[in-house]
Ligand binder design. Structure first.
Ligand SMILES: *Cc1c(COP(=O)(O)O)cnc(C)c1O
Length: 392
């Protein structure tokens, strides 16, 4: 037999905890178990009707059928910067400071390839969204993970980064509101991280995919609102979450034009950009009235409150999240993340994600996604009760 192995950059990737969970999910399904899957960050709602209709109309127009422009259509880039101004009162140049992506995960990972040489030091929190450390690993970078602590509300403590590490670091990935912890960071944190990045000349990569999934009047901060943020950073956005467009694969990056140019140069050698019809659909999404936004926010807020209250009756004291579609829930004392998630799945058919899937710093927690109606969440809680799954 041939023995042709994948490249080291593939072999070096830590195993995906999700794979084991997937296997068990498949087995449970075969046994006819009615799974309640709260494991993925995959929104359960439909893409808004006006967006689907715009896509259908765009599909029927043959001028959209060829290769799209590498840098994205001018009209979508303009829609991005208009949306950005409306949300954050910051003016961006649609010609150099905005670039459509095939989903933000693609951009986050390709940015690593565009900016990280083998051996370069990259800062990333732990736990984190996997692309924030796996992208740098694929590029051959060395990741210095910053352990997040519950006593610091899961906010990065910049004082934890030794000077010698900061001096060597080239890129810093971070994400607030955070997946997986649901944490939000105050504006002062953003000011501090900009000062830090300027001092050590580090490229800041902020993932703001939960820009609009915020509750109770909370408005997430954009890196580009902070004076100096655009000098030293870029920010990734997605259509996947707010607009229920996860399967469509479209997002965008905004920020420093030189950095975006570097990413664009790499991408022109790898892909042809986003299908023009899809860019028209995404433009429609960004232009939806705020009423749509309120509905989405209200739906997740209700689920958050419902689940926090229900878990409270089972002994969990879960703090209210101000944003995201996740609850970050401690495992009962004495059981690890993977074992707890597997035991919950086997005893109840409810899928939650073990916290260590997001790095060692997530050990001791599971992430529960608010991606089912309250009725299903209620069913999940009832199964917990019946199976004797409590926090004790
Ligand atoms: C869901 C999510 C994304 C979205 O990725 P897309 O590729 O745009 O679908 C990006 N970052 C984080 C932290 C996420 O949770």
């Amino acid at each position: 037999m041939y023995s042709i192995n994948p490249a080291k950059r593939v072999q070096a990737l830590p195993p995906y905890v999700f794979a084991r969970l997937d296997e068990l999910k498949a087995r449970a399904r075969e046994q006819g178990l009615d799974l309640i899957d709260l494991g993925m960050g995959n929104p359960d709602g439909a893409t808004p009707k006006p967006v689907v209709e715009a896509a259908i109309a765009a599909l029927q127009d043959s001028t959209n059928h060829g290769y799209p422009p590498f840098e994205g259509t001018a009209s979508f880039r303009k829609a991005i910067t208009d949306w950005y101004f409306r949300r954050y009162s910051v003016k961006l140049d649609p010609d150099g400071e905005a670039l459509p992506l095939l989903g933000s995960k693609e951009g986050l990972t390709h940015l690593a390839l565009a900016y990280i040489n083998p051996g370069n030091l990259v800062l990333a929190p732990n736990p984190a969204y996997p692309a924030h450390f796996r992208g740098p690993l694929i590029a051959g970078g060395k990741v210095h993970s910053i352990l997040l602590k519950p006593e610091n509300d899961w906010i990065i403590d910049l004082a934890d980064i030794p000077d010698s590490v900061a001096e060597q670091a080239k890129v810093f990935y971070f994400n607030y509101p955070s997946n997986p912890t649901g944490a939000t960071a105050p504006r002062e944190f953003f000011q501090d991280i900009v000062t830090f990045a300027k001092k050590y000349e580090i490229l800041l990569v902020h993932d703001l995919c939960y820009a609009e999934l915020a509750f109770d009047g909370y408005q997430p901060t954009s890196l580009l609102q902070i004076p100096g943020g655009k000098d030293i950073g870029v920010e990734f956005h997605t259509m996947s979450k707010t607009y229920n467009m996860a399967g469509w694969r479209i997002g965008f990056v905004v920020g420093n034009s030189n950095v975006i140019q570097g990413l664009r140069t790499l991408k022109t050698n790898m892909d042809y950009g986003v299908f023009s019809a899809l860019q028209l659909a995404a433009k429609t999404a960004l232009q939806l009235p705020d009423e749509y936004l309120s509905q989405v926010q209200e739906r997740y807020r209700q689920r958050r409150d419902f689940l926090i209250q229900g878990l409270g009756k089972l002994g969990w004291n879960v703090q209210k999240t101000m944003a995201t579609m996740y609850l970050w829930v401690p495992c009962p004392p004495g059981i690890g993340s993977t074992d707890f998630a597997l035991s919950v799945l086997q005893k109840t058919g409810v899928v939650v994600t073990p916290g260590n899937a997001f790095g060692s710093g997530g050990e001791g927690y599971v992430r529960i996604s608010l991606i089912a109606e309250c009725k299903r969440l209620d069913e999940a809680l009832n199964r917990f009760k019946k199976a004797g799954i409590y926090y004790q």
